[in-house]
Design a protein around this ligand. Structure first.
Ligand code: NAI
Ligand code: MG
Length: 353
């Protein structure tokens, strides 16, 4: 077999995004060499630093420059002094939407060696995936404000749910469940939100009929949040709208022991556009520059990238290295109660792969 070659666009971003992306690249290179994969990187300095210096998060032709890449690896964006909606809507959201990355995939596991803040969440038992709708739903630009600063001030924001959009995310979740424990939970709120959520429920039920081998149920988001804390081991695939999926995945990441481990993939399953891989956490200004950030979320995201590119064996090697690293107290970072630095963890991962 020949060597598979990929062009990876890297956006380290701000704060610890820069530190964890560097770690992920080292691990990727080591694994790629063993699996006859060739990765070439193009790094982009798009960030809040750039915004402060030049007035935009990325250049006007930024999306065109990412377009030829086979995948995008992102650290985190956001920095004090730049409003978070500016960094989000100036970079992340345009990438997700223009490249139709309609699936946001967030696997959650409680690893051996990690103590969950939830007493009942034991290692090996909690293993779920949140499938979040990533391009429509509650995060819309439709709406507006009137009478700013007056007593009659008014703000409205419309949620947008399309048949095509709900169908494709639900299909993705059911197909994914078939490769796992064949169980889907749909997050809803059709008792309180009376137009979009009953529509969501209807589409879920329609699509579910085509997956007779997959068990499924629907839970209201509030009850589901409670169950995720009380019985996290119960869940396999959870599918939710943009807002519900966002909240549930942070909650689930906390249940897993640290947001520093949680990975995510923004996927265009049609492969028309490059997909983007990024840790769930942000730029962590409180610990940035200290060399203590947990690189595992970024490293696991890099493994998801290899999986998406068609190299599940290479991805599994990285996940195995993460498992080994977490088992050893000497290679756990501060967020996991350890004292290891980013560099020490990275070296441990490199030794494993
Ligand atoms: P955050 O995830 O950056 O930090 C929350 C807490 O978790 C902090 O105490 C931080 O030190 C800790 N933490 C996060 N990642 C860690 C890691 N890898 N290792 C060890 N500890 C870690 O969230 P926060 O503070 O709400 O946001 C900071 C900035 O990041 C904001 O500007 C926000 O908008 C941005 N952000 C960007 C995201 C992205 O690029 N996708 C996602 C979330 C936040
Ligand atoms: Mg979030």
């Amino acid at each position: 077999a020949g060597t598979a070659s990929y062009r990876i666009a890297v956006i380290p971003g701000d704060g610890i995004g820069v530190e964890v992306t560097a770690a992920a690249r080292q691990v990727l290179d080591a694994v790629a060499a063993r699996h006859r994969i060739s990765l070439s990187y193009e790094e982009f300095d798009w960030s809040c630093q750039r915004y402060l210096a030049e007035g935009t998060m990325m250049p006007a032709d930024g999306l065109e420059r990412l377009r030829p890449a086979d995948a995008i690896l992102l650290g985190a964006v956001g920095w004090p002094g730049v409003p978070d909606h500016v960094s989000l809507w100036g970079l992340l959201i345009p990438i997700r939407r223009t490249f139709r990355q309609y699936v946001n995939l967030r696997p959650i596991r409680v690893f051996e060696g990690v103590v969950s803040p939830v007493r009942g969440a034991r290692p090996g038992e909690v293993d779920l995936v949140v499938v979040r709708e990533n391009v429509e739903g509650e995060y819309s630009e439709i709406g507006g404000r009137l009478g700013r600063g007056t007593p009659e001030e008014l703000a409205m924001q419309e949620a947008v749910f399309t048949r095509a959009g709900v169908t494709r995310i639900v299909d993705y979740a059911f197909s994914l469940a078939r490769t796992r424990r064949s169980y889907v939970t749909s997050a809803t709120k059709s008792n309180g939100i009376v137009h979009t959520m009953p529509f969501w429920d209807e589409v879920v039920a329609e699509r579910a009929a085509g997956y007779a081998d997959v068990r499924w149920d629907a839970e209201h988001i509030d009850a589901l949040a409670a169950k995720l804390v009380l019985q996290p081991e119960r869940f396999d695939v959870i599918v939710g709208s943009n807002l519900f999926g966002d909240i549930l995945s942070d909650l689930a990441a906390a249940v897993a022991g640290s947001i520093g481990i949680a990975p995510s993939a923004n996927l265009d399953p049609t492969r028309t556009f490059p997909s983007m891989f990024e840790p769930v956490h942000g730029s962590a200004p409180d610990i940035a520059g200290q060399g203590v950030a947990n690189p595992l979320g970024a490293v696991w995201s890099a493994a998801m990238m290899l999986d998406h590119l068609g190299h599940p064996g290479a991805a599994a090697d990285i996940v195995a290295a993460i498992e080994a690293c977490l088992l050893d107290p000497a290679t756990r970072t501060r967020d996991l109660g350890g004292t290891a630095s980013t560099e020490e963890v990275t070296h441990a991962l490199l030794a494993q792969v």
